[in-house]
Design a protein around this ligand. Structure first.
Ligand code: FPP
Length: 243
């Protein structure tokens, strides 16, 4: 069976992940919360490495939401240091493995040294063709939609495709993001938490109780198998192809 008009190739999937449960993973083991984030960063490394095996061409990870600034200062500072050190150690490997890095979200509230590193990472990996890896840092989808709406010129009709382009801001390095095919949220909660609201219009949603630091290749495989069992109709009636 095929869905008429759904020409997306199976090797061209956009998967987005809300990596939740780091804190609870640590607390359950009697460890401080920061150790959960550390273990979470290791999982990022593993999942990025295996993503192309599952025909994922774009992977968008929710690293830090605009609401996460309300966490204790020590946790925020730890996370920012973790992003910096993780990025510093991974840029070379990303470039060598054809992984193109991009960041979405506000940059004006981040440490300037981190912003510089993010820019360098984007430039150094810009030619990567195996995987587009997008990290959402200080990201709020509603804020991104508001900003995009404000970029529309008065009396200028805008198509959905053009609006998607506006959503990535004015950065010429960023192409319009593809719609999300599968949104995974670990950690047991079943909500979108202001992540990719426009891009997830027709995303399949997958929620698992697994905490992010335990989300390994087998867990990704399970999510992908579930995704491929879903019947995506995009509002249409499913038709059997007559041969
Ligand atoms: C949510 O778990 C997780 C975060 C707010 C941070 C996500 C960061 C990482 C996975 C680390 C590294 C990321 C990159 C891109 C290098 P939580 O703290 O809300 O967990 P809880 O719900 O159990 O408290």
């Amino acid at each position: 069976m095929a869905i008429p008009g759904n020409h997306k190739e199976p090797q061209d999937l956009h998967v987005a992940i809300i990596m939740d449960g780091n804190g609870r993973w640590a607390t359950r083991q009697g460890k401080p919360r920061f150790m959960g984030h550390q273990a979470g960063a290791e999982r990022v490394r593993e999942i990025v490495k295996v993503a192309p095996e599952y025909h994922i061409s774009t992977l968008t990870l929710f690293a830090f939401s605009s609401d996460n600034w309300q966490r204790p200062t020590s946790e925020v500072e730890f996370l920012m240091r973790l992003f910096h050190s993780h990025l510093l150690s991974e840029i070379g490997e990303c470039a060598d493995n054809g992984i193109r890095l991009q960041f979405i979200g506000r940059r004006d509230r981040l440490n300037p040294a981190l912003v510089t590193l993010m820019r360098q990472a984007e430039a150094k990996t810009a030619k990567g063709e195996n995987l587009l890896l997008r990290a959402a840092v200080d990201y709020s989808s509603r804020e991104a939609i508001l900003q995009a709406a404000q970029r529309i010129r008065p009396n200028q009709p805008v198509s959905k495709k053009q609006f998607s382009r506006l959503l990535c801001g004015a950065d010429p390095l960023h192409a319009a993001p593809a719609d999300v095919d599968l949104l995974i949220r670990t950690g047991g909660e079943q909500r979108l938490s202001d992540f990719l609201l426009w891009e997830c219009a027709y995303a399949e949603l997958y929620f698992t109780h697994t905490f992010w630091p335990d989300f390994d290749k087998a867990a990704l495989q399970k999510a992908m198998e579930e995704f491929h069992r879903r019947e995506r109709r995009f509002g249409r009636v499913l038709q059997t192809i007559q041969t």
